[in-house]
Design a protein around this ligand. Structure first.
Ligand SMILES: *[C@@H]1O[C@H](CO)[C@@H](O)[C@H](O)[C@H]1NC(C)=O
Ligand SMILES: *[C@@H]1O[C@H](CO)[C@@H](O)[C@H](O)[C@H]1NC(C)=O
Length: 347
């Protein structure tokens, strides 16, 4: 039985949970975070239940995600069916999507083109954009060039954390912090990725207590938002979808079978403790039970392939997942995709 990460924050959450459960109505009790289960998990062998998040019921329209009860032997594969589509900037090399209070944030990559954006979740318009200005190292470029997009950073995943946006950078390994309402640069946390196996930043999300980071390997890193240090490393192992994985899966394995799932990319933690992850070069989104540490299934996103086949060579693959807790919409898009879809899942 996997135990949740422990630390001062976890202890605080548990204390808060005790107080809430002890004094409040069931609805208030439902507000506390699943890490509160650490109380029971300390006793070993305790079963994790889906997090009773106040918004978790909005997942009900996504059958795979609403009530993860056990680790399935045969992984269900759900088809992503668009219910609503909106424009996405086809020049944006999408690396991360995140919602907070119905505001959609996007980080898009490439050297010299990386930016952080606020997107209108209704029509896909870019409402605000920061070409990573401010994060440019001082003195490294002539003044005239300072207003141009930063050359130094390749933006990766982004997550909203307490009024700030935490954005990974790829090989630079820095974690950049921005103000979430103005997109103003706040600070750079250098060498953040040095603690990861590949020393790179790929995907990031959070569950309200911890940050979860991927580095393109099969590992997920649970990171303290206070110290920015890894408190736990999780290996994602499971059955890959049959024959559907693109290179390098085919070459290595022929598809199928249980193995470490590598190339973990953009991440999205749902309010019930289910973590969705893109796999680089794959059109399938992994569904991972973050507490039981098992794969729950795959979301089949191959249906969007045809429209982007010609741009594949430029790297236009499925990447970008965001769950809007205010509406229950699950958004997906991709690098250089001209559209963003709100999807439902069909078995
Ligand atoms: C999208 O909605 C915003 C309001 O949130 C509006 O300012 C903008 O013009 C709209 N864009 C398009 C393309 O309709
Ligand atoms: C994924 O969906 C496509 C249709 O878009 C279908 O042809 C394919 O068989 C599905 N793959 C799996 C593994 O279910």
């Amino acid at each position: 039985m996997a135990t949740p990460p422990h630390g001062p924050r976890s202890a605080l959450v548990r204390l808060a949970c005790l107080l809430l459960v002890g004094t409040a109505s069931p609805s208030l009790g439902a507000l506390w975070h699943p890490d509160g289960d650490g109380l029971a998990a300390d006793g070993a062998g305790a079963e994790w239940r889906p997090a009773p998040s106040p918004r978790a019921h909005l997942l009900a329209r996504h059958p795979l995600l609403s009530a993860p009860t056990s680790c399935p032997r045969v992984l269900p594969i759900f088809l992503a069916v668009p219910v609503r589509s909106m424009a996405h900037d086809p020049s944006a090399f999408l690396q991360g999507l995140a919602f907070h209070d119905h505001v959609l944030f996007e980080a898009s990559g490439l050297y010299g083109k990386s930016s952080l954006r606020i997107i209108d979740a209704h029509n896909g318009s870019v409402l605000r954009q920061n070409h990573l200005r401010g994060a440019e190292p001082r003195g490294s470029l002539p003044g005239a060039l300072l207003s141009r997009p930063a050359r130094r950073f390749f933006a990766e995943g982004v997550t909203h954390w307490r009024g700030k946006l935490l954005m990974l950078t790829w090989r630079e390994g820095s974690l950049l912090e921005y103000d979430a309402s103005t997109l103003a640069f706040v600070r750079e946390h250098r060498n953040f990725a040095d603690q990861f196996e590949r020393r790179e930043g790929w995907g990031i999300t959070n569950d309200g207590s911890w940050l979860y980071v991927s580095d393109g390997s099969s590992r997920l890193y649970v990171v303290s938002p206070d110290t920015l240090r890894v408190v736990e490393t999780i290996r994602v192992v499971g059955e890959s979808p049959p024959s559907a994985m693109r290179w390098p899966y085919r070459r290595r394995s022929g598809g199928g079978g249980v193995r470490a799932i590598t190339l973990l990319n953009e991440l999205e933690m749902l309010p019930n403790g289910v973590l969705l992850f893109n796999v680089w070069l794959s059109d399938y989104i992994g569904v991972w039970d973050a507490r039981k540490r098992c794969l729950l299934g795959w979301i089949n996103g191959t249906g969007f392939d045809d429209a982007f086949r010609s741009r594949r060579r430029m790297g236009a693959c499925l990447n970008g997942i965001a769950f809007d807790e205010t509406t229950g919409e699950l958004l997906i898009s991709g690098k250089l995709w001209p559209v963003m879809h709100a999807i439902r899942l069909e078995i």
